[in-house]
Write a protein that binds this ligand. Structure first.
Ligand code: GAL
Length: 503
């Protein structure tokens, strides 16, 4: 069957897709291992990893080639231990078995200085709970990450954003009070009784914990920041057991009005150096909205990812929902991305989330199904961190279908670590192409118009030649061979993501 012919069949299917149509095929009962093929960790630090795997439980996990002293819980697939002291690669093979079958997957631990060799994946509380966040909402999110199956697809950070600290001057009995103890150590507000107990709870599931602060005296929401307490706060975050810090500019603008690159880098370099000194791996996510072309220096100051734009939730909708314009700004920064260095266009806002332009109260996303699949496709092709920020307690089948597609996630997590390049962008069309390890290519064809339309990319545009094999990543379907061009008939604001091999 020629690919053009397949394109016509897709055309018929496309016109019938409506809101709620599920593209991702259901995972079967057999074990299917997911997760990155490469993973960076620093020598001598604690190691924790939950092997992501779909399939029927009970399941039994095993691994070959694990460093001495590592423990693997056969029933849960949770590995814990200490990263070896010797730098360099450690080749491990994971295996999962159940009554329906077995699966194997290679995992290369790269012991060295680099973290986040593939984009981070997880959940962040901001767009659902805002200032309302509590210990309980975070625990519920961790529970839901496992119960919903998200963890089986590789989501693992459970991140607290702003508002866990004290809000100086607040008359709210839960939020107010002294911000630090007599030694200057930061205190939580009353909604967080015990941070260490909370990260223990998250870690017991094999997941990781993220936290947040600002280099300024106050966070964006007016809570206690790290200014002049950086060293103690970095140490405290490590002692509490955090694995990620989002460091948000906010009131630092009042501390230093100098807009030079050096001044803008200074607080991040300071925190980056402090985090590196801690006895555990803590990933740093810079949040300063893209100032001074942060993509060109975020890695040099110790960051593993950096926000490239303002808040996605505040972005104005034009003809297109705001996530598109955020993506348009982020997608031209592809040359700066690579293993351990990711452009971050902010979170994935689908499912139920609170709109910060209106009430902050979670509501069902107003995008069409096609737009939501497009959103996830953009983030995957851009090698963006995949952080869902909708309500973990209201995950419906459709939202999970968008978030949990193993082949789309594999494109995002591809070990080559390239961000897609823009092949074509017009008013009505977008074509992105992301080189993959092993010589493959992931191509996204996006229809940005308000009506159904075909979107094409020629082999010349894509750097392809001859005849290549094409697979529809969203539907896990081989489409046959293509020569000379790729083409998809797409509903309004829909997308096709093709994985090309044999080029
Ligand atoms: C903003 C940041 C958001 C969120 C918020 C918290 O500056 O971009 O992602 O963290 O602060 O107050």
């Amino acid at each position: 069957m020629s690919f053009r012919h397949t394109g016509l069949i897709l055309a018929l299917a496309a016109s019938a897709w409506g809101q709620g149509e599920l593209w991702t095929p259901k995972a079967g009962p057999k074990p299917q291992l997911n997760g990155p093929a490469v993973y960076g960790a620093r020598p001598g630090h604690p190691f924790l990893y939950r092997i992501p795997c779909t399939g029927q439980r009970p399941m039994s996990f095993s691994a070959k080639g694990m460093p001495a002293g590592w423990k693997l819980d056969a029933a849960t697939g949770i590995i814990s231990g200490t990263v070896p002291d010797k730098t360099g690669p450690v080749e491990i093979v994971f295996e999962a078995r159940n009554s329906a079958g077995k699966d194997r997957r290679n995992f290369r631990l790269e012991v060295g200085d680099q973290l986040s060799l593939t984009p981070q994946m997880g959940w962040n509380h901001w767009y659902t709970h805002y200032e309302r966040v509590t210990d309980k909402t975070i625990r519920n999110a961790a529970d839901a990450m496992v119960a919903s199956g998200m963890a089986d697809y590789g989501y693992y950070y459970v991140s607290i954003d702003d508002c866990w600290m004290v809000k100086p001057g607040s008359t709210d009995l839960e939020l107010g009070g002294p911000a630090r103890d007599s030694a200057g150590r930061i205190l939580m507000n009353k909604r967080f009784p015990d941070m260490k107990a909370l990260t223990d709870f998250i870690h017991a599931k094999g997941l990781k914990a993220g936290t947040y602060t600002s280099p300024g005296p106050k966070t964006c929401a007016g809570f206690e920041g790290a200014y002049q307490h950086e060293e103690m706060d970095a140490r405290t975050f490590a002692e509490w057991g955090f694995d990620l810090l989002k460091y948000d500019w906010c009131s630092y603008r009042n501390v230093d009005k100098d807009t030079s690159d050096a001044a803008r880098q200074k607080p991040y370099k300071m925190m980056g150096d402090l985090l590196k000194k801690q006895p555990r791996d803590i990933v740093m996510n810079l949040c300063q909205y893209g100032m001074n072309n942060v993509s060109s220096w975020g890695a040099a100051v110790g960051g593993q990812s950096w926000r490239t734009t303002g808040d996605l939730g505040l972005e104005k909708d034009t003809r297109l929902p705001g996530f598109y314009s955020i993506a348009f700004k982020n997608m031209v920064l592809d040359k700066y991305a690579g293993p351990g260095a990711w452009n971050d266009p902010d979170y994935i806002l689908i499912g139920w989330y609170g709109d910060p332009r209106t009430t902050y109260v979670p509501q069902k996303a107003k995008f069409t199904a096609h737009e939501q699949y497009s959103y996830m496709s953009l983030w995957s092709l851009m090698a963006s961190p995949l952080f869902f920020s909708g309500d973990m307690e209201k995950l419906d089948e459709f939202t999970l279908n968008v978030l949990c597609n193993r082949e789309i996630i594999a494109i995002n997590q591809d070990p080559l670590g390239k961000q897609a390049r823009v092949v074509r962008k017009t008013e009505n069309e977008l074509v992105l192409a992301k080189p993959l390890a092993g010589g493959g290519l992931a191509v996204g064809l996006f229809n940005l118009s308000d009506a159904a339309a075909p979107v094409e990319a020629t082999f010349a545009d894509l750097g392809l030649a001859g005849s290549v094999a094409v697979r529809d990543a969203w539907r896990y379907k081989d489409l046959g061979k293509a020569q000379s061009k790729l083409r998809a008939e797409l509903a309004a604001r829909s997308v096709a993501v093709y994985r090309i091999t044999g080029r």
